[in-house]
Design a protein around this ligand. Sequence first.
Ligand SMILES: NC(=O)c1ccc[n+]([C@@H]2O[C@H](COP(=O)([O-])OP(=O)(O)OC[C@H]3O[C@@H](n4cnc5c(N)ncnc54)[C@H](OP(=O)(O)O)[C@@H]3O)[C@@H](O)[C@H]2O)c1
Length: 287
Amino acid sequence: MNKRVLVTGSNGQLGKSIQKIAKENNYNLDFVFANKDLLDISKEEELKVFFKENTFDYCINCAAYTAVDKAEEEKEEAFLINAESVRFLAINCKAHNIILIHISTDFVFDGLKKEPYLEADQVNPINIYGASKLQGEKFVQSILDKYYIIRTSWVYSEFGNNFVKTMIRLSNERKEISVVDDQLGCPTYAPDLAQAILEIICKTTQAFGIYHYCNSGSISWFEFAKAIFEKTETSCSVLPISSALYVSKARRPQYSVLNTQKIHNTFYFKSKPFEASLIKCLHSIVK
Ligand SMILES: NC(=O)c1ccc[n+]([C@@H]2O[C@H](COP(=O)([O-])OP(=O)(O)OC[C@H]3O[C@@H](n4cnc5c(N)ncnc54)[C@H](OP(=O)(O)O)[C@@H]3O)[C@@H](O)[C@H]2O)c1
């Protein structure tokens, strides 16, 4: 019998990417894609009823509050979705013996390290979004034995709003833009992450715990923008600036490169290089 997989927050970048990858491959999985209208994870009672009426083997939680700057002013909402609602989900997964795959972020780290972050490294978020996601991780770990927490970074895709789409839009509106050059990280193409998650489900290895996943290659936002502009052959030029000159409400880690050895060694797949995935995404956007 096929495994039954619930995908929450299915209208977001990762949720839509899982739908795309599931359609393109035959994983022998039966999916229920639940967007916020069908299943609002912050509604504790509705969640309880939903899990009572439906049977699943896995729940992939793609639902999240992801507005990093806005979170500084909407702390309660960020913690409700990224922490308290994750607690509700974990309780239901425990009650119905469902394996939870929860997605977290590089923003649980403070960015003071000088080499790629390992899963066991000290966490110390420096903004509300990161703190709310860390609390979500803690709830999952304290409630469940059967879970995967997958921390990822700098997610982009042909779906929703993200850095790549913003850069393309700005390059059509301006002759020149400035992008910060002193924050280093790893871009992650959401369909690559989606594929990694579905492969984890299909492998029989049940090595539960925290994992890091991103595309390979670490760059600054400026270098990322440069790569986008080169590949789209725009006439707009991009200038490097320091984050001290770029005013934003939330502080961001200076360095949030993730070490992905653990997920590679455990599940035997390799992260794709960021440039190849960027090209794929650009093809899908301009199609
Ligand atoms: N984007 C990044 O750069 C990044 C980086 C690191 C980690 N992550 C993590 O990766 C995961 C996926 O991110 P993403 O980029 O796919 O995010 P996204 O595009 O913002 O999608 C999040 C989805 O969650 C939905 N949602 C919000 N509140 C909900 C609720 N109460 N119940 C059900 N659904 C709800 C949103 O619906 P509405 O739009 O209708 O509110 C949206 O469809 C998240 O856990 C995020 O924290 C993302």
